[in-house]
Design a protein around this ligand. Sequence first.
Ligand code: TYD
Length: 208
Amino acid sequence: MRGKFIAFEGCEGCGKSTQMRLLGEVLQERGIPHIVTREPGGGEISEEIRKIILNGKFTQMSDECEALLYAAARAQHLRDTIEPALARGDLVLCDRYIFSSYAYQGYGRGLSLDFLEKINEFAARRYMPDLTLFLNLAPANAFMRKHGADENDRMEQAGAQFHGRVYEGYLQLLRKYPNYIEAVDCRGNKYQTSQNIVRLLTERGLIR
Ligand code: TYD
């Protein structure tokens, strides 16, 4: 049987990687075959594209170039990593996916959502996750958890206003795509958040 596909979304430092690790441990204990992957990246070619996109030196990169590079990395990641895992029947946990492009390049950079939908439909061939989990933590709190922005990361350097727009964008996407995205309550500690995630996935029939 084809596997299920779950994407994780949220602002910088919202604890996505920790939550993905904790969920991986639960899946391991339950004997559920899975892979953990990320965007941009998750494969040899996509990881190379990632280095270009995030390189802190490339301050002159145009918004259009940025959006197309994320979509290009996504097209290759799907082919190299996600599709084969789903075909094997694995559960795929993906750190960021299409909604990152809508939140960051759309609401953050100000590119049109129409344009982003077009290039992402082309790149992802309408391949949507069975569920996208949005870790609902505002960027001020998120950056504090992570001790500030990384100067080598072009996206983290984009400034507080940009990250504020990204967060507001996610809130709008939640309203726009209620069948695709579910918000996770992150106000408790990391173990409580992890329990919230396991509960949501169980309720949706995505894990046993
Ligand atoms: P990463 O270091 O993985 O950030 P995080 O740990 O917060 O996930 O870098 C990914 C960066 O790329 C992050 O700033 C979000 C951004 N991004 C986009 O702007 N658009 C996209 O489509 C994707 C997948 C990521």
